[in-house]
Write a protein that binds this ligand. Structure first.
Ligand code: ADP
Ligand code: MG
Length: 323
């Protein structure tokens, strides 16, 4: 590389330590040292973004920096964890200074917003590939696991789903997609990890299971149902519809809501007695939370429309999504 590997790391990925962070030793040694709060459990999650698969070739680097970290922080949010730090493994075809500066800008803006410092990584030449590992902590027994849902739990969703799917469709020129891509582009490019909500939920008695919706609401709900050996009923008319989706034909609107993907909202379950506490957690975190259904002892997934009619849906989404 024109710029040496060490120079690249020093210039773009080495920063003064954040006050009050868990980092005892960050970038520069053979390993980082983190000091979690005594008695807490570590939460660790990794996500890789590959050019051409997870983002378009030539994607805007600042956006990429944001998204690469956001999808990882979303996993911490879904566990109810507080972020401690992250590592970045980076394969780059060329060391392009302007590209790296923009990428680092997007990355660190989000990292700083959540007090989550970069503590190490690896840098190599190769096809563009971004792999981030995040470290977080939770109080023992308070992590929001997929296998912890109870029959009779209410099923909740943060924010709303489908806008990222619409943004993708508009960019691809899919015929059914109508509207202004600018209104939904940020939902695809700059997802907001629901960290404050995840932590508030983990601290709320009666909140049981959670995950972040990355592959579509129904498909991801299937992970909770399988892990918890339960079924669910969803009331379609209770799922919030973002303004940008209101002009779509009903079946496409439904696809976006239930099987869109790239939403990074939290889908979680809580006992009915915790209903008001869940609403309070949403208010505290500044994000809307909506009850969209309930968990059943009987396995399987039942989605009903506003008229109470069953909609043919599976945990893998809709039939026309299958190949
Ligand atoms: P080693 O050979 O001991 O693995 P490296 O030369 O790969 O060390 O990295 C030197 C230091 O720079 C290490 O502390 C490593 O964590 C850090 N580092 C390397 N690449 C990155 C990166 N992309 N972002 C942050 N830190 C990095
Ligand atoms: Mg190394």
């Amino acid at each position: 590389m024109a710029m040496g590997e060490f120079e690249l790391i020093a210039r773009h990925f080495t920063r003064p330590s954040l006050p009050d962070s868990a980092v005892v030793l960050g970038v520069g040694d053979d390993g980082a040292l983190l000091q979690p709060t005594p008695g807490h459990q570590l939460v660790i999650s990794t996500d890789m973004l590959v050019e051409g698969r997870h983002f378009f070739a030539g994607a805007e680097p600042e956006t990429l920096g944001h998204k690469a970290l956001a999808v990882n922080l979303s996993d911490l949010a879904a566990m109810g964890a507080r972020p401690l730090g992250f590592t970045l493994a980076l394969a780059l075809p060329v060391a392009d200074d302007a590209w790296l500066a923009a990428f680092a800008r997007g990355l660190f803006a989000l990292a700083d917003a959540h007090g989550c410092p970069l503590v190490g990584g690896d840098t190599t030449r190769g096809p563009l590939n971004l792999c981030i590992t995040v470290f977080g902590e939770v109080r023992p027994g308070r992590a929001l696991r997929r296998d912890a849902a109870h029959a009779g739990d209410e099923l909740w969703l943060s924010g709303c789903t489908g806008e990222a799917r619409l943004a993708l469709a508009l960019r691809r020129g899919e015929a059914w997609a109508t509207g202004d891509v600018a209104a939904v582009a940020d939902r695809m490019d700059r997802p907001t990890p629901r960290l404050a909500l995840g932590q508030a939920l983990a601290a709320t008695p009666g909140v049981h299971a959670a995950l972040d919706v990355s592959d579509g609401l129904l498909g991801d709900l299937g992970h909770i149902l399988r892990a918890s050996h339960l079924g669910a009923e969803i009331d379609l008319s209770s799922i919030p519809v973002a303004p940008a989706l209101r002009g779509l034909a009903p079946e496409h609107q439904r696809d976006c809501l239930l099987a869109g993907g790239d939403d990074y909202e939290l889908l979680f379950t809580a006992e009915a007695a915790a209903h008001d506490a869940v609403l309070a957690a949403g208010r505290m975190a500044g994000v809307a939370v909506t009850r969209i259904g309930r968990l059943t002892l009987e396995q399987g997934l039942h989605v009903r429309d506003a008229q109470g009619q069953a909609i043919h849906a599976t945990v893998r989404g809709f039939d026309h999504f299958a190949d």
